[in-house]
Design a binder for this molecule. Structure first.
Ligand code: NAD
Length: 511
């Protein structure tokens, strides 16, 4: 308890925190609309935060609008230097921030620290990128003409994030958006406001040390600001991470004003387990994928599609592995599985089990709510496994909890059809030592997901690759590869250094 109090103080968290920040300045006065943050680990109240009013929102957007012309005029490598310093601060605060993530969100301490490591990694990546941001040069069809393209910043980037990666998702967006010359306004999940406040303090400190103005990175607490961001023409790009249900609302509202979106929505990720798989590796990949972060990753493994010849053997191994799971306090490194985010998530988990049973699911590992000593917060459940058919309604949906569905297959073509036979398209994997199977799975006739792995589970990703998925996952890409292009606008430039004006396509126009 003492160490948590110390950590909160190190990270600038107060008992009652302000509703918004434009950098070093914090404000808000809505004493009546307060979000209290409780730890799902032990049910204790951590701290409270006021929520931003429409007039707070206006102040934030005003400051961001003022900051943009200055920030975009700073050379990209110099903006990169500021992001480098952010990475250094995150290194120094990794333990404190990782512990807060674990305590407020409920993921294991290792995963909390891993999340901060991802933030550090994306900062390093963005620093290198700040000397790149390449455009192409093309050959003009006209003599003495040069044609090329360049990438310019967009303006204010709205970042709306989910509870399950309460710090990393912001950094994936902010590190790239900032080196690209944009300013950021972040509306985090109301379930994890303290993690966001801690991040804002860290970046604001770096910006202040570099004598940067207010408005380069801002924070708005509370759901009301979400809708305001969606509809605000001053925000050319909204990067949204969350459920498909809310993503549809955001996508519709932003598209109707011709704004851009990066949508990172729900997944329904499967691993195909071939009869030629390394079964030991497959069990580890499947169990970590299904129960890691208590099944609350967008890339969590929800379905195992298992070849019928090894189905029974694999099922027994899986049951054995589930037997060994230790569920409890996420800060205790002995435990494999922590709590769900809140009691509502527990209800959703129990309802999904019930719905599955009604559709014919056979549970081979039962799931239930855990009570008693160590589980006082009411947020702990025991992960479960059910034999199902892919077309069951509940299997087609993403339940954000540790429920794993088993499905049988005969041929790889059938397995791929099952894997692709859901509305979502985020992460997918095949476990096989057979090259032909692996290559078919990765081919155009294979997985339809944004992420397709061989001999690695579905869960988690490195920042170097572009992250995101197809279909109801929203089509957005963040993080590595050329995802930075999503934060910029492309401009094609043609320069005539001739003393005549030849028109394109040979058109003649003489006066
Ligand atoms: P959620 O959709 O309930 O909330 C996400 C964010 O949207 C929150 O900040 C919330 O306050 C905000 N919001 C709610 N209504 C809004 C509105 N009308 N306009 C704008 N913003 C609004 O999601 P959640 O429960 O926090 O997170 C879990 C979901 O996120 C899962 O579906 C998971 O798969 C998905 N997720 C996806 C990725 C990815 O990269 N694909 C990563 C993490 C989480």
């Amino acid at each position: 308890k003492n160490s948590i109090t110390q950590i909160l103080s190190n990270l600038g968290i107060q008992e009652l925190n302000p509703a918004y920040s434009t950098g070093s300045q914090w404000g808000g006065s809505t004493q009546d609309k307060i979000i209290e943050s409780f730890s799902p680990a032990n049910g204790e109240k951590i701290a409270a935060v006021q929520t931003a009013t429409p007039s707070d929102y206006e102040k934030v957007i005003q400051k961001a609008s003022e900051a943009f012309p200055l920030w975009r005029s700073i050379p990209a490598p110099k903006r990169g230097e500021i992001v480098r310093q952010l990475g250094e601060e995150l290194r120094a605060k990794k333990n404190d921030l990782g512990t807060l993530v674990s305590y407020e969100m409920g993921k294991s301490l290792q995963e909390g620290l891993g999340e901060v490591q991802e933030m550090i990694d994306i900062c390093d990546f963005a620093v290198g990128l700040s000397r790149q941001l390449y455009g192409l040069t093309m050959h003009s069809e006209r003599p003495n003409h040069r044609m090329y393209e360049q990438w310019h910043p967009l303006g204010i980037v709205g970042i709306i994030s989910a509870f399950n990666f309460p710090v990393a998702v912001w950094s994936w967006n902010a590190a790239l958006a900032l080196i690209c010359g944009n300013v950021c306004v972040w509306k985090p999940s109301s379930k994890t406001p303290l993690c966001a406040i801690a991040c804002q303090h860290i970046l604001a400190g770096v910006l202040k040390k570099n004598e940067m103005p207010e408005g380069i990175s801002s924070l708005l607490i509370g759901n009301a600001s979400g809708n305001l961001i969606n509809e605000d023409r001053r925000i050319p790009l909204v990067s949204f991470t969350g459920s498909t249900r809310v993503g549809k609302i955001v996508a519709g509202a932003v598209a109707s004003r011709f704004g851009k979106t990066i949508l990172e929505l729900g997944g329904n990720n499967a691993i195909i387990i071939s009869k030629e798989a390394d079964l030991k590796m497959s069990v580890i990949g499947a169990v970590f994928g299904a129960v890691g972060t208590a099944g609350q990753r967008c890339t969590s493994t929800r379905r195992l599609i298992i070849q019928e010849d090894i189905y029974e053997e694999f099922k027994q191994k899986l049951i054995g592995a589930y037997d060994q799971l230790r569920i409890g306090d996420p800060l205790d490194q002995q435990n494999h599985v922590g709590p769900l985010i809140d009691k509502e998530a527990v209800r959703t988990f129990l309802e999904a089990i019930e719905k599955g049973r009604q559709e014919g699911a056979r549970f081979i590992v039962e799931g239930h709510e855990l009570t008693g000593s160590g589980y006082e917060s009411g947020c702990y459940v025991s992960p479960c496994v059910a034999e199902v058919e892919n077309h069951f309604q509940i299997v087609q949906e993403e339940t954000f909890a540790p429920i794993l569905y088993l499905i049988r297959y005969k041929t790889l073509e059938e397995a791929i059809a099952l894997q692709n036979g859901v509305p979502q398209g985020l992460s997918s994997a095949i476990m096989t030592l057979n090259l032909r199977e692996a290559e078919l799975f990765l081919s155009a006739a294979g997985s339809d997901c944004g992420i397709a792995n061989v001999n690695i589970g579905t869960s988690g990703a490195e920042i170097g690759g572009a992250f995101g998925g197809e279909k109801e996952t929203g089509g957005g890409r963040e993080s590595g590869s050329d995802a930075w292009k999503g934060y910029m606008r492309r401009q094609t430039n043609t320069i005539n250094y001739a003393d005549t004006l030849p028109l394109a396509q040979g058109i003649k126009f003489d006066l």
